[in-house]
Design a protein around this ligand. Structure first.
Ligand code: NAD
Ligand code: MN
Length: 497
């Protein structure tokens, strides 16, 4: 898809213009306080720029502006067919700026440029386009009313949406929210992660170019405990949508309860089981998928297959196949198109991951691959994809979300035992089952308490399927028409004829 070499990308990285300011009412602006924070690239520790550090005062201005824009009707009352056209233009502009957005993403959070280009940017534009295309094809309802009455059930935009997103797929998580939020006519205040603000900042200008009116999308970079908290506690935010950790998700529910009972929709963490039965149709494919499920995006994936459950009768044969497969995943400079494992997002995250590797050793698990920081001389934050065998589900590395490339292998004997281990977690985001037995696939699939279940593959699905979690992995769903429920209120209008 691209013929650019590492040297080309490095050249572009040197000359790229990086916008670092907030975006309110169609214009870039410094934080009210004038404060900034350093945006550091995990590739080499270089400071990419000083980013506006927004706070309560910025939240006040941006929400006020979003409210005024919403009330004006300039976007909220636009005919769906017209909003559709704008959203499709927005998607086209994302595609037209694919290389620039991919480079910003890779510089900012360390993922391989090949992934930014082939996964993040096209999936982001698809989310915007898909939602936009849907909006003039959705009908409201007429209730089953008696002859002399008419009951209308209609959906209305909620008003002002605050969106708080994480750093692992910064552009994509943003667009999973913006697609349905904007298509349904809301105004949005977006807070990107302080670890990855750059693509969100750039996106705001593309939205304006596409024809989204000023004030409909405001972007406030800054920290969670400052501007994030201010949005979550704001009395005039109608709905808060979030992707991030379970810990912060719980805090946001408290903020909503303490303020205006804004609706809160949460996409949180996971500790997803990948269950391989002895009758899997293709053990080599299963082993390769198991390796990819923990190494892709440096393991910084909410649905990472971080617990590999293997039937004991094949375990001795299967684990070496996974160890072999993970050799294909090697940390390298993310600007090299051949690299498939980049840098972890920052030093804090790297130290976190390394401390979990230590916990694996301490708890008596057996290291069979990786286990070390590498490429330290680059100034970047790289950790080898790591596999621990002999894990039991009570160990920290099996219980806690590591959010890095560390795989825990757990053996089981029976189907019931596999399901029990798989569900023995506070999370419920995703799960995979490898088997040739159709009934077993369905029965185990039904027994798994997870929002996504994959059979004989890892990480299936696209914009047409809802995505989200059971239990402490969240509520509500991103993607598909189901996501529109989060961004609309239902109204019943009863007319006496
Ligand atoms: P995080 O919870 O630390 O931060 C997420 C966002 O919340 C950031 O923008 C942060 O600034 C903000 N925030 C932090 N404290 C806040 C506060 N007190 N008030 C308001 N906002 C606050 O998560 P992260 O480290 O950025 O992302 C990793 C997590 O995201 C993992 O747990 C991962 O599983 C999860 N995730 C989930 C999904 C999903 O769809 N379920 C997708 C991607 C990532
Ligand atoms: Mn960054």
């Amino acid at each position: 898809m691209t013929t650019l070499t590492r040297a080309d990308w490095e050249q572009r990285a040197k000359s790229i213009q990086i916008e670092t300011r907030a975006f309110v009412h169609g214009e870039y602006t410094s934080a009210v306080s004038g404060e900034t924070f350093d945006c550091v690239s995990p590739i080499d520790g270089r400071v990419l720029g000083k980013v506006a550090s927004c706070d309560l005062a910025d939240a006040e201005l941006a929400v006020k502006d979003a409210r005024a824009t919403f009330e004006s009707g300039v976007w909220s009352r636009l005919a769906p067919v017209k909003r559709k056209a704008v959203m499709i233009r927005f998607a086209d502009l994302i595609d037209a700026h694919a290389e620039e957005l991919a480079l910003l993403e890779t510089l900012d959070m360390g993922k391989p440029i090949s992934d930014s280009l082939s996964v993040d940017v096209p999936s982001a534009s698809r989310a915007i386009r898909w939602s936009g295309e849907a909006i003039d094809k959705i009908y409201d309802e007429v209730a089953a009313t008696p002859h002399n009455e008419l009951g209308l059930v209609t959906r209305e935009p909620v008003g002002v949406v605050a969106a708080i997103v994480p750093w692992n797929f910064p552009l994509l998580m943003t667009c999973w929210k913006l697609g349905p939020a904007l298509s349904t006519g809301n105004s949005v205040v977006l807070k990107p992660s302080e670890k990855s603000p750059l693509t969100a900042i750039r996106l705001a200008q593309l939205a304006i170019e596409a024809g989204i009116p000023a004030g409909v999308l405001n972007v406030l970079p800054g920290f969670g405990h400052t501007v994030g908290k201010a949005l979550a506690l704001h009395m005039d935010v109608d709905t808060l949508v979030f992707t991030g950790s379970t810990k912060i998700a719980k805090q946001l529910m408290i903020y909503a309860g303490e303020s205006n009972m804004k609706r809160v929709w949460l996409e949180a963490g996971g500790k997803s089981p990948n269950i391989v039965f002895a009758d899997a149709p293709d053990l080599k494919a299963a082993a390769e998928a198991a390796a990819g499920a923990i190494a892709f995006n440096q393991g910084e994936v909410c649905t990472a297959g971080s617990r590999l459950l293997v039937e004991n009768s094949i375990k001795e044969r299967f684990v070496p196949m996974v160890v072999e497969a993970i050799k294909a995943w090697k940390p390298g400079n993310p600007l090299d198109p051949a690299t498939n494992v980049g840098a972890l997002v920052d030093t804090t995250q790297m130290n976190n991951v390394l401390s979990y590797i230590q916990a694996g050793h301490d708890d008596g698990a057996k290291l069979v691959a990786g286990g070390k920081r590498v490429l330290e001389e680059t100034g970047g934050t790289y950790v080898e994809p790591t596999i621990f065998d002999g894990v039991n589900n009570a160990m920290r590395i099996a219980k806690e979300e590591i959010f890095g490339p560390v795989l825990s292998v757990i053996g089981f004997d029976t189907e019931d035992e596999a399901v029990a281990i798989a569900n023995d977690t506070v999370y419920g985001l995703a799960a995979a089952v490898w088997t040739s037995n159709l009934s077993r696939a369905h029965l185990v699939g039904k027994a798994l308490r997870a929002g996504s279940v994959w059979i004989n593959q890892y990480d299936g699905g696209d914009m047409t399927a809802p995505f989200g979690g059971f239990k402490q992995s969240g509520n509500g769903r991103d993607k598909s028409l189901h996501a529109f429920d989060k961004y609309t209120e239902l109204k019943a209008t009863w007319i006496k004829l």
